[in-house]
Write a protein that binds this ligand. Structure first.
Ligand code: ATP
Ligand code: MG
Length: 305
């Protein structure tokens, strides 16, 4: 059945991205909590139905490592996209100063399994792998969202800014002006997986804006510099795994199958990791940081006499 706006009770805002806002909503007929993403499009109504048709493939993207899709609809020139609500939010807010190695292995194992499923079963390349698109729930599950299924939607996005953190592989950065589509293969996503892994382990984006005077210099470092590595506290096995993703030549990168067969993830499968316990700690830490930030803003607005 199809979802529409009249069935939804709007609740709090979960976050904002480059293309729109994500809100928590309650689907009244089923009492299911959902996340609804509003995507503003560059006006071209003839394309709207093509987009809805392309999005339909998402109903087949059912996998434990993929955020479930419930449906999409339009109002004027906005697409509203309803998906599973992940109650611990995105990973970028949860990794703190870097996660323990067993947790890191669990997270990346889930990411790679999700990406392999999209590729093998649906012939989908994600194209936007990064920590904000890795969502977590209090059960300790880790799932991917925001993969590129609709070429038409991509073309119609009202692009506002390119963002200051690039997860693009070197060949994409180099090839952007010529033919971005043909240079994008599944191995470009493998690079992004490697970069996201470093960020989750390091507790920070590995090419920090403080180090580079501008975005150009930052992209130069990705293309011409040595790939980043995990901090020394991680084992040789973990470091080796990441290095198999962050190979500058796309042909040299590992495949998803190889990444899953690597000792880092084979060992993970035999471990018991209390992901739910890690998520509760991470959420408690995040909420404490948020409260501190809120207090700091309040203090600035109304300085003590
Ligand atoms: P970009 O626009 O560059 O892709 P982004 O991924 O942060 O960045 P959005 O996809 O619009 O932007 O998401 C905004 C925020 O909303 C996310 O960072 C995440 O914290 C939150 N969010 C998105 N989807 C969900 C969901 N299904 N459940 C819970 N929180 C979500
Ligand atoms: Mg996103």
């Amino acid at each position: 059945f199809a979802i529409n706006m009249d069935q939804l009770e709007l609740q709090d805002e979960l976050g904002k991205g480059a293309y729109g806002t994500v809100k928590r909503v309650l689907h009244r007929p089923t009492k299911v909590a959902m996340a609804m993403k509003e995507i503003r499009l560059e006006l071209d109504e003839s394309k709207l139905n093509a987009i809805l048709m392309e999005l339909d493939i998402l109903h087949r993207a059912v996998h434990p490592s993929i955020v479930e899709f419930y449906g999409a609809f339009f109002i004027e020139t906005c697409v509203y996209y309803c998906m599973e609500f992940m109650d611990a939010g995105s990973l970028d807010k949860l990794y703190g100063v870097g996660v323990p190695e067993d947790v890191l292995a669990r997270i990346v194992a889930s990411m790679v399994r999700g990406l392999k499923f999209l590729k093998d079963d649906l012939q989908i390349i994600h194209r936007d792998v990064k920590p904000t698109n890795v969502l977590v729930n209090m059960k300790g599950q880790v799932k991917l969202c925001d993969f590129g299924v609709s070429g038409q939607l991509e073309k119609s996005l009202a692009k506002t800014n390119i963002g200051c953190q690039s997860y693009m592989a070197p060949e994409r950065i180099k090839g952007e002006s010529q033919n971005a589509l043909s240079t994008y293969t599944v191995s470009s996503d493998v690079w992004s997986v490697g970069l996201a892994t470093i960020e989750i382990g390091l507790g920070a984006y590995p090419y920090p804006p403080e180090t580079y005077s501008n975005v150009f210099a930052q992209l130069q470092a990705i293309v011409h510099g040595d790939p980043p590595v995990l901090p020394a506290k991680y084992t040789e096995t973990a470091c080796d795994w990441v290095s198999k993703c962050l190979v500058k030549r796309p042909e040299g990168r590992a495949s998803y199958a190889e990444l899953l067969e690597h000792p880092f993830l084979v060992n993970d499968a035999g471990n018991t990791v209390d992901m739910a316990a890690w998520v509760s700690r991470a959420v408690a830490w995040r909420d404490k940081q948020r409260e501190k930030e809120r207090q700091a803003v309040l203090a600035k607005e109304a300085p003590p006499p």
